[in-house]
Design a protein around this ligand. Structure first.
Ligand SMILES: [Zn+2]
Ligand SMILES: [Zn+2]
Length: 303
């Protein structure tokens, strides 16, 4: 694929913008492998579970193995591509827990086995070890970058019914669960603020853009501010909650570029302004400062 079509980031957001996908990966990280085990921990219908497991296998996030012939039964284990989503899930959990008022059962405290403390992950530069937020990065498009190629394609997959379905990560889904919302937040992180600029760079129809901006403001990810140029124009900028999404967005970028490698080169090139090195982030325990690894994280009891 050269020069057009969705890039690595668009593909990743297209996949991760589905809450069931995230929840099934989370359940698999917690040890679920069998159909009945996924059903036991998630309020998911047979049809949706079968379809999502199918997608996870075809996207290379899970491997399927038949463990019984009569009747046929399969188990599903995370492939490296799926397993390596744990930092994204930890970052989402942390953001929802700190910034969104969600049910604590959905975002229970987490404990770091290394130090034994209840912890919140912080984000730092792998190269120099300094804490990082979006202002500390210089970001430019790589060879497979560009706004239009980064907007996920319209999805044809079966959407989970919203009626009666639990939403575990409401704020995250307000951002990642809609292709335009994800692109708008990405653009906001790159410094876009005006309605007309969002429209121009993303190629988003104005009515859809207006609706998505309103929804992001309702979720307190963006806020309207009076334009510095014209009193009758609005600009939209990231709120504190929106800016705190940075580790989630950055970990998604990282995962996308690692697992959907393109011959053309990366979507984004990131440089840490503090140390001058190409940027890669890592999550560390805020209690002991040690870099987090999936198996070292334990889910605690809801507060
Ligand atoms: Zn650095
Ligand atoms: Zn620790």
């Amino acid at each position: 694929m050269h020069g057009d079509g969705p890039n690595a980031l668009a593909r990743a957001i297209g996949l991760l913008g589905d809450e069931w996908t995230l929840l099934l990966v989370r359940a698999a990280l917690d040890g679920a492998t069998r159909y009945s085990q996924f059903q036991a921990v998630l309020p998911i219908s047979h049809a949706v579970l079968s379809q999502r497991l199918e997608t996870l296998v075809s996207e290379g996030l899970m491997d399927r193995r038949q463990y019984q012939e009569h009747p046929p039964r399969s188990e599903y284990r995370l492939a490296p591509r799926g397993w390596s989503l744990w930092p994204v899930l930890i970052a989402i959990w942390s953001w929802e827990r700190r910034m969104a008022s969600t049910d604590p059962i959905r975002t229970p405290p987490m404990r770091h086995r290394v130090c034994g403390q209840e912890m919140t992950p912080s984000y730092r530069c792998r190269h120099c070890g300094q804490p990082v937020d979006a202002r500390h990065l210089h970001v430019v498009w790589g060879p497979s970058g560009g706004w239009q190629r980064t907007v996920p394609g319209a999805t044809t997959r079966r959407r989970s019914a919203t009626s009666g379905a639990k939403v575990f990560y409401p704020s995250t889904m307000a951002v990642l669960g809609n292709r335009w919302s994800a692109a708008i937040v990405g653009a906001a992180f790159r410094g876009i603020r005006r309605f007309s600029d969002y429209q121009d760079v993303l190629g988003c129809p104005p009515s859809v853009l207006a609706e998505r901006l309103t929804s992001l403001c309702e979720h307190d990810v963006l806020e309207p501010v009076a334009s510095s140029d014209r009193a009758d124009w609005s600009e939209y900028r990231l709120t504190r909650k929106g800016r705190a999404l940075f580790p989630v967005i950055d970990m998604v970028v990282d995962w996308a570029q690692r697992w959907y490698v393109s011959d053309e080169g990366p979507v984004l090139e990131r440089m840490h302004l503090v140390c001058g090195a190409p940027f890669r982030g890592e999550l560390v325990c805020d209690q002991c400062g040690v870099g987090l690894h999936g198996p070292d994280i334990e889910v605690g009891e809801p507060d």
